[in-house]
Design a protein around this ligand. Structure first.
Ligand SMILES: C[S@@+](CC[C@H](N)C(=O)[O-])C[C@H]1O[C@@H](n2cnc3c(N)ncnc32)[C@H](O)[C@@H]1O
Length: 331
């Protein structure tokens, strides 16, 4: 079987797998607009979607997720296992999903909201046929890091208007995304359109913790309005001052994780990072990621379960993983 050409052989030279995509407006097929791969044309809608450096784009450059584009291009490598030398992302993915690399090998998988591509990298290494998309310019960072994989297709699109055939993927993965969208229920339910009946899914969401809300919630009403570059420079200055205090509090037996939360910078004691520069970079990235997003809407477990029932998912379970709920199962 001849595999279609993926983003790696197309960087800077158009895209040759546009036939696999659908017009997000009318669901019709797309064709190469001018024969050189710089655009995908829907004749029925009379619209041409641009292809930039091999990545088809179905959204404007400027959306509510601009801060994510900024953070992931600034921290293109920080969280990639190939950069940290630790299996942090791989372990999280396999633990949360319960999938093995052998399960995924040769299967089609849709990854929603791929950011800089920390999970994309692990997924591609399994030999799955991976389609990853993100609404923001983070797709550029992902292409720079993972464009080497022949089994990766990258698209810039929103989950609400995604250019994929319905019920076509064997697996669906979406980590760290749905709480950052304007309508979490709609996002969750829309995702499942692209998964085939019998396909497997794993989606996580910030857990709503009524008893102990995170103190960053006090800062976010102000920080989410600050332009990304300005906020980033504030975070870059605050982290070296506050991180040692957060780490010291975090080391207190038993109460440590709760005490550390009083300091509004992200610490990563549990990840096993030892290099001071890496620890600082993870903290700057995650502190910015706490404070910058336009939307952050944690969800209670019972609401997730209701949505899953309303979708008629065949099997599902919801587990707590630190501050997240992870829902996985079969459509
Ligand atoms: C916190 S990041 C998580 C990135 C990656 N999944 C990870 O865990 O490293 C959330 C990502 O969701 C993307 N996103 C937000 N709204 C989206 C939408 N409507 N459609 C697709 N992606 C979206 C953002 O651009 C951002 O890159």
């Amino acid at each position: 079987m001849t595999l279609p050409k993926y983003v790696s052989d197309n960087a800077g030279a158009g895209v040759s797998w546009g036939h696999a995509l659908r017009c997000p407006r009318c669901r019709g097929r797309l064709r190469d607009s001018d024969g050189d791969g710089d655009g995908l044309r829907c004749d029925a809608c009379a619209v041409t979607y641009p292809v930039e450096n091999g990545i088809p784009r179905f959204v404007p450059q400027d959306t509510y997720a601009e801060g994510f584009g900024f953070q992931w291009n600034r921290h293109r490598l920080t969280q990639l296992d190939s950069h940290s030398g630790l299996p942090i992302t791989r372990d999280r993915l396999l633990r949360a999903s319960g999938w093995s690399p052998e399960d995924l090998h040769g299967r089609t998988l849709l990854e929603c909201g791929s950011g800089a591509g920390r999970f994309t990298e692990v997924l591609c290494e399994t030999g799955a046929q991976v389609t990853s998309f993100d609404i923001s310019s983070a797709v550029r960072a992902n292409a720079a890091s993972n464009g080497r994989f022949p089994n990766l297709r990258l698209v810039q699109a929103s989950v609400y208007e995604a250019p994929f055939p319905e019920e076509s993927f064997d697996y669906l993965l979406c980590f760290g995304v749905i709480q950052h969208t304007p309508d979490v229920e709609r996002t969750f339910k829309t995702l499942f359109r692209y998964l085939r009946p019998g396909g497997r899914f794993c989606v996580d969401v910030y857990a709503a913790m009524v008893a102990y809300p995170h103190p960053r919630r006090l800062l976010r009403p102000v920080t989410r309005r600050i332009p990304p570059a300005r906020l980033y420079s504030l975070v870059e200055r605050a982290v070296p001052r506050l991180l040692p205090l957060s780490m010291a509090l975090g080391a207190v037996p038993k109460a440590g994780p709760y005490l550390a939360r009083a300091v509004p910078v992200a610490g990563h004691r549990h990840l096993g990072l030892t290099d001071p520069e890496m620890i600082r970079n993870w903290s700057v990235l995650d502190t910015f990621d706490w404070l910058a997003p336009r939307y952050e809407r944690p969800q209670p477990r019972r609401r997730l379960a209701r949505w899953a029932r309303e979708l008629g998912l065949r099997e599902f379970s919801i587990r707590r993983d630190r501050g997240l709920y992870v829902i996985g199962g079969v459509k």
